[in-house]
Write a protein of this length. Structure first.
Length: 134
């Protein structure tokens, strides 16, 4: 067993828990109406998470759906020889990796949209004499 085979198996097996967590997150948002994980920024939910819940659910469902398709394609082709063309390593790993990165970026963008940037006004800096007088 070479190192490349080990890395291939690690990547492939890692797709299962990733898909599970993304599907569970979508399930919580859509069916349980639990918005505690919607558009988090530094662990803090936005003031109105229900507004961004459909987008978070769609991001998670699309990401999990693509990964389920990839896993199914690889497993069906290897086990039964069905599923169209042979899923070579470069193809399925590229699609899986791109999906993971796109999902992370989409979650990041959604969290930044849900938490608007607030520019704090800076007051005049207090002089040393004013600080001593306090």
């Amino acid at each position: 067993m070479t190192i490349s085979v080990a890395i291939t198996w690690i990547l492939f097996l890692a797709l299962f828990p990733i898909t599970f967590f993304w599907m569970r997150r979508a399930w919580r948002i859509v069916f349980k109406r639990d918005f505690s994980e919607v558009a988090l920024k530094r662990g803090e939910a936005p003031p109105n998470p229900e507004k961004y819940a459909p987008y978070a659910a769609a991001i998670n469902l699309i990401g999990a759906g693509v990964i389920i398709f990839i896993v199914g394609w690889v497993v069906l082709y290897i086990a039964f020889g069905v599923g169209g063309t042979a899923p070579d390593y470069e193809t399925w790993s590229a699609v899986a990796g791109s999906t993971i990165w796109c999902k992370f970026f989409a979650d990041f963008i959604l969290s930044r949209q849900a938490h608007p940037m607030v520019i704090k006004k800076r007051g005049k800096p207090a002089s040393a004499a004013e600080k001593q007088g306090q």
